[in-house]
Design a protein around this ligand. Sequence first.
Ligand code: GLY
Length: 426
Amino acid sequence: MSNFLDERRARMTAALPLEDAILVVGAGEPVPLPEGSDQTYPFRSHAEYFYLTGRECSSGVVGFDPRDGAGDDWISFVPEVTESERVWEGRMQTPGAPLAQLGTWLAARGDRPIATLGAPTANALGDAALTKKIRERFTHARRAKDAPEVALIRRAAAATAAGYATLREHLRPGVTERALQIELEAEFFRAGAARPGYGTIVGSGPNAGVLHFEPSARAAQRGEFVLVDAGAEIDRYMADVTRTYVVGEPSAFQRDLFQVVLGAEERAIAKCVPGAEWKEIHLACAIELVGGLVAMGVMRGAPESLVEQEAHTLFFPHGLGHMVGLGVRDASGTLPGRAKDARQSLRTLRMDLPLAPGYVVTVEPGLYFIPALLNDPVRRARFRDCINWPLVEQHLMLGGVRIEDDVLVTTEAPEILTAAIPKTLE
Ligand code: GLY
């Protein structure tokens, strides 16, 4: 066992109020493709299992018993590799106790409550209330990334930067969203990525206003926005970056919109310091974005009041960001014991907690012209007086701008892990 995994396990168990309970963490099972062949979706261990073991091991289970002496308190159960797996996949035996011994291990602790993390484990029926509490604490305890995790995110960010660096030469009228995806992802792979960390988003023209647009055969036209949201993944850790470009010469309106988002992003990043409440950074950013739209003549009124009325959600309908690392929304959520904010405009906020050193968060404000929101008669009536609707009509097909970086919270200034990726419109 690597030292960092020993340290990680010790840190986690110290943070968990297990008392006399045992902990069982499952990796999960491969998921067959629906057509019933012998094919499965690519297997990935559940993130909670991976965090504790650093390995992909379908059916693997890790157990922890606080009553066992230090050094014997963690045990890893692994399936026996089959001949077929050796022949077809070249798989080797994973070290650990045979999975068949899990039942005996559990039976020997039969009267004890069980907290189950990771994927469900067939033999271990967890106590639901205990499991909920333990998962909440576990998630919180792993929010601050340790040094090996930060090192992997840095590598993923470097591979992501290599991908983005290749985009500019391809950003010409006529290039398809799909072609941009191919060039970007090829460069991720060349720079050491195992895969893209999530489905690459490329939207040109009006598609730039679709928050998670899957790249299509659409060709970008001169003067259109192209929004790219993508990140490379290395050893299960990933970056999550968005840049927005214009093909050819931007219009004055596009430049202004871009500058509003860029300024809001930079000021939000500067606020990512220990103790800062994420929700407050989000709301302050919403006020800045609205202030920019007021200055551009798109909205009317006092920015604070417009955000209070939730008018910003017409153009900024998502949260400011989330945690990233072992998964694209890694360990986001609320502080243990904190209820989700009931405000309608905050329902898309992916986390609600104070920041702490070691947290890696995305900061990704955006402003979009989304016909599905802006053509909605209920919203048009509700926000009749605070929007310059004729101007909005002119830009309904403009798409949008999002700018996103990954930020490491430190005891000093926030560090932008994706700073090597230029934020210029052209
Ligand atoms: N940037 C992609 C996502 O957050 O899902």
